[in-house]
Design a protein around this ligand. Sequence first.
Ligand code: AMP
Ligand code: MG
Length: 406
Amino acid sequence: MAGIRLLSVEEARARMLAQARPLPTQDVPVGVEALDLVLAQTVTATRDQPPFPAAAMDGYAVAAGGLTDSPQTLKVIGESAAGRGFGGAVGESEAVRIFTGAPVPSGAAWVVPQENARRDADRVEIAPRDQSSAYIRAQGVDFRSGQILLSAGSRLDPWRIGLAAAAGLGLVSVHRRPRVAVLSTGEELAAAGGPVGPDEIYDSGSPALSALITKWGAVAIRLAPAGDKADDIAHALRDVAADLVVTIGGASVGDHDLVKPAMGLLGLELKVESVAVRPGKPTWFGLLGDGRLVLGLPGNPASALVCAELFLKPLLDAMQGVEAPEPRLIHARTTQALPANGGREHWMRASLSYGPDGALLATPLKDQDSSLLTVYSAADALLRRSVNASGAAPGDVVQALPLQRA
Ligand code: AMP
Ligand code: MG
């Protein structure tokens, strides 16, 4: 359509990200409360881990002299348990009973695993030295006090939460979750699970988008579908407290595509009018008068879901303070010949598999029509065809965006 400014995917994303600021921070406990939130601080170890040389096996801690090439009988002078170490020192011809994770007493150079020892009252006979290991974890072998373990901008997954806890932190500073209002528009839409007329279809866009938003660390505020009247659409969004508004449908320039005019009633300042992407060309973005960001997605399910990966996820990442919010692509070999591409970047729904040599393979699914939810729900990845890409032969390397399937 004449007059519409079509931006490349990169340019459109850059314009969107330029408006996204990391949200304010808050302190949360290092636990499930922090799951999937993004650090606003570095995590620095408050102590060495382990804080002392620790036994790596159950057995007997012995001095260097107790270790010879022939069996030795030593006197057991005490015990070091995890959480309650042995206060004294181990001398030559002595041993201390020790358990995994317990502090190795001073004077000890070796832990003899219990399967290489035979205990008899206060005596223990130990086998000749096992050269493979001293079975002692050095103090600070995991990390040292003062060591930087995690940087600001990293998302807290279960493993990083474990690391922050081990490092001695009780609370961490994170960016608060973005609040995202989700509104489907269209006279034909019936709320999922509710009554539906013969000319209507169920709204699949807002359930899917709300779920993605939740998966991407934000809070979804799912609104009831609105019709196609500008006043109704503006009314539905006017008082919703949100950082970002996502609309679905009504994005292009047909007689019933009234979302942009509706947003005009809320003071829309348009930053992206349309994107050279397939599917999802009518995608748009702007700012409302009150500062809320607004992303307009087309209504066709695949268009909305592809553009959510390309634009919504990076926006949510940026609002959460993620270091590099751009999508991370992988490489795979296409199993099918691909035609030359035109002037719109094409993101094809594809399945991933491994070839006999272990190479990752991508197979575009047969029907790429943007209305097909069955195809999308069978896809593992979006295969990228860049603008004006020449044709590809089976076996050629292509870029793909993996979908985070559960
Ligand atoms: P639109 O972007 O409004 O022109 O809609 C394009 C196509 O997507 C039409 O066939 C709509 O019925 C369909 N559609 C729009 N919104 C949704 C939605 N939320 N859920 C499912 N289909 C939708
Ligand atoms: Mg519509």
